[in-house]
Design a protein around this ligand. Structure first.
Ligand code: ADP
Ligand code: MG
Length: 612
């Protein structure tokens, strides 16, 4: 292992490195910095997030540019505004002893004239997102015709986000004899195309295996019934009192919902997705950075900018559509030499996807059981004990000690401890005492135990009744499109659509059931409530052994006739107020098991010890 000195960095930069507290170069820095300092050539570097890529290109660029000149000599393209600001910030730190250095960030959503003004003052380095950069070039607000170094940071992400044409366009305004340094976590075809097209005989360096996720991350999956996803998420969080996590959902709607539910249940959670304004997103990220938010629920797209160290867990509320995305998600933890855990909550129908992810990350998942209520109670109790143990004594209490002592004159120490803990703990204890086991047996292993078989017997589809039909202007195609659109589902997620005059039926995978039913709890179409319920048509959906509701028409289903064989399973409103254990799956969110254990006022609920 070499030192930063041995890599050939100059005094100013070495001083900054000492100030930053970097002791030894990371692998990508060790490999890239000497090459970039010594030679004028193109480079392709494959390294995961959190491996120190910014410094790997930042230091050489800072050392090689002419700071006495005000010409723009370096251009760094990065996928998001967040990353763009982060790189700019890092570079300013790295170059803090380089007098006269001016690094300017260019990104959308902020004043273009202000950015143009900053560039005009003489920016040796510009860090930009492709969209805004292209805009500035076409308005002639920047001149990149003399740059010597261009960096494509997180190239795979930029291409994922559809920036191919913007990048091509931007690079066409740069000189042919510049050096291009491409950094990427993965090497999909699109990235090699870029490398071939824009680079001349690049040196290739790889840190770890191509496409392999960071070594510091261990991968776990938890098999649950789809309807228990949210409960599982809560348990995984509760079993890790010090958790600082990002929870990934597939859609904006799920992201918002999960975050709202967590907040309602007393967690320090926040949502990050594309429907929020830039301002809202900035606020959420700020709270997350300073740990006011302990659990950040995010979509893949919105999370692209997240570059926060010390994330302890990445939780996949649902697996991503593309296995490659898994790599990006899990790369949010295990950064800067720390360890991290990536936990996937999967339903039976998703288990096979674990295999394809394993192939890509070249690592095995460990199958684990959702912690039981007892486990969690124990963990939380010990966390509380440790917290109390570490708490500094407040001596303001001294003056009241006498009267307090008087009150507890007859209570011995053990008893006192128990009482004291009960104050913080009862609500929590009561919540988990009633909880059931969420773990489902793995079909890859056996499906012979009764719990597993019960689940197995049901088909993987759910058939629904919906109270709209031809009279409402739907045919099967229109209904399918409508459902896909409002539910934000994929091309093949809705099937077996069967439209009748005044009502219809359709199927989805069982994993989507919770989402479908939750969405239609109070959805209006053309001023009328759209009612969706699980249909009891045995032929198609299986199951049907659950107790049947009274089957009376409720007003929301329009009082229209239903075919006998395809009757919705009971009146939803009556079911909702009924807490008996064997009622349908729609119990999940409002049932006892999910009742906010932290629903009390801020003072009486057990709060997590917040990290500073
Ligand atoms: P990447 O771009 O590969 O995702 P970053 O460049 O953002 O990674 O670096 C991740 C974190 O590691 C940052 O907080 C950075 O300051 C820190 N870091 C980078 N290099 C070193 C080093 N040699 N020693 C210690 N910390 C480092
Ligand atoms: Mg980076």
């Amino acid at each position: 292992m070499s030192t930063f000195q041995e890599l050939g960095l100059n005094e100013d930069l070495l001083n900054a490195i000492t100030d930053l507290g970097f002791k030894t170069p990371s692998e990508v820095q060790e490999k890239a910095i000497p090459i970039l300092l010594e030679e004028e050539r193109d480079l392709v570097a494959l390294a995961q997030t959190g491996t120190g890529k910014t410094a790997a290109f930042g230091f050489p660029m800072l050392q090689k540019i002419d700071i006495t000149s005000r010409t723009t000599q370096g251009l760094i393209l990065s996928p998001t505004r967040e990353l763009c600001l982060q790189i700019t910030n890092e570079l300013k730190h790295y170059g803090k002893h380089c007098n006269g250095l001016n690094v300017v960030a260019i990104y959308g959503g902020a004043s273009i004239t202000e950015q143009a003004r900053q560039v005009k003052r003489g920016a040796q380095i510009i860090v930009a997102t492709p969209g805004r950069m292209k805009d500035m070039i076409s308005r002639k607000l920047v001149d990149i015709s003399k740059i010597q170094y261009s960096v494509l940071d997180e190239a795979d992400e930029m291409l994922n986000m559809g920036f191919y044409e913007d990048i091509t366009d931007i690079l066409s305004h740069t000189p042919d004899d510049k050096s291009t340094w491409l950094f990427s976590a993965t090497m999909p075809k699109e990235v090699s195309i870029i490398a071939k097209k824009f680079m001349y005989d690049p040196t290739e360096i790889t840190v770890g295996n191509k496409n392999e996720s960071t070594n510091q991350v261990s991968h776990e999956y938890y098999l649950v019934n789809a309807r228990d996803r949210y409960q599982a998420l809560k348990r995984l969080s509760d079993a890790n009192p010090e958790i600082f996590s990002v929870v990934f959902c597939r859609t904006k709607r799920d992201t918002q919902k999960v975050a709202e539910n967590l907040i309602e249940d007393g967690y320090n959670a926040g949502a990050l997705h594309g429907d929020l304004s830039q301002n809202q997103r900035d606020l959420v990220m700020k709270s997350f950075r300073n740990r006011q938010i302990q659990t950040l629920v995010a979509t893949d797209v919105a999370a692209r900018g997240i570059d926060v160290d010390d994330i302890t867990h990445v939780i996949h509320y649902q697996l991503p559509d593309e296995p490659e995305i898994y790599t990006h998600r899990s790369g949010r933890t295990g950064r800067a030499g720390k360890t991290g855990i990536s936990m996937a909550i999967v339903s039976k129908s998703e288990v096979r996807r674990i295999k394809s992810i394993e192939r890509i990350i070249k690592k095995q998942f460990e199958k684990k059981d959702i912690p039981s209520g007892t486990d969690i109670v124990e963990v939380q109790l010990m966390a509380l004990a440790n917290k109390i143990h570490k708490t500094e004594t407040n001596h303001e209490i001294d003056k009241h000690l006498e009267s307090i002592n008087e009150l507890f004159a007859d209570t011995d120490k053990d008893e006192l401890i128990k009482k004291f803990f009960s104050v913080e703990f009862n609500r929590f204890f009561n919540y988990y005492q009633k909880s059931k086991d969420l773990t489902v047996s793995d079909s890859r292993g056996s499906d012979r135990d009764s719990g597993g078989r019960d689940y197995e017997k049901q088909s993987n589809d759910t058939r629904y009744f919906i109270n709209v039909g031809r009279k409402d202007g739907f045919d099967w195609m229109k209904l399918k499109d409508f459902l896909k659109e409002v539910l934000e589902l994929g091309r093949d997620d809705v099937f077996k659509v069967d439209v009748k005059d005044s009502f219809s039926f359709f199927n989805t995978e069982k994993t989507l059931q919770e989402k479908v039913l939750a969405f239609f709890t109070d959805y209006k179409h053309d001023g009328r409530f759209v009612n969706v319920e699980v249909s009891e048509n045995r032929g198609r959906s299986g199951g049907g052994r659950r107790d049947r509701g009274r089957g009376k028409d409720d007003r929301r289903s329009g009082g229209r006739g239903r075919r006998r064989d395809e009757k919705p399973r009971g009146d939803r409103r009556s079911r909702r107020s009924d807490n008996s254990e064997n009622r349908g799956e729609r119990r999940s969110r409002r049932s006892d098991d999910s009742k906010p254990r932290r629903s009390g006022s801020a003072s009486d609920r057990p709060r997590r010890s917040r990290r500073k």
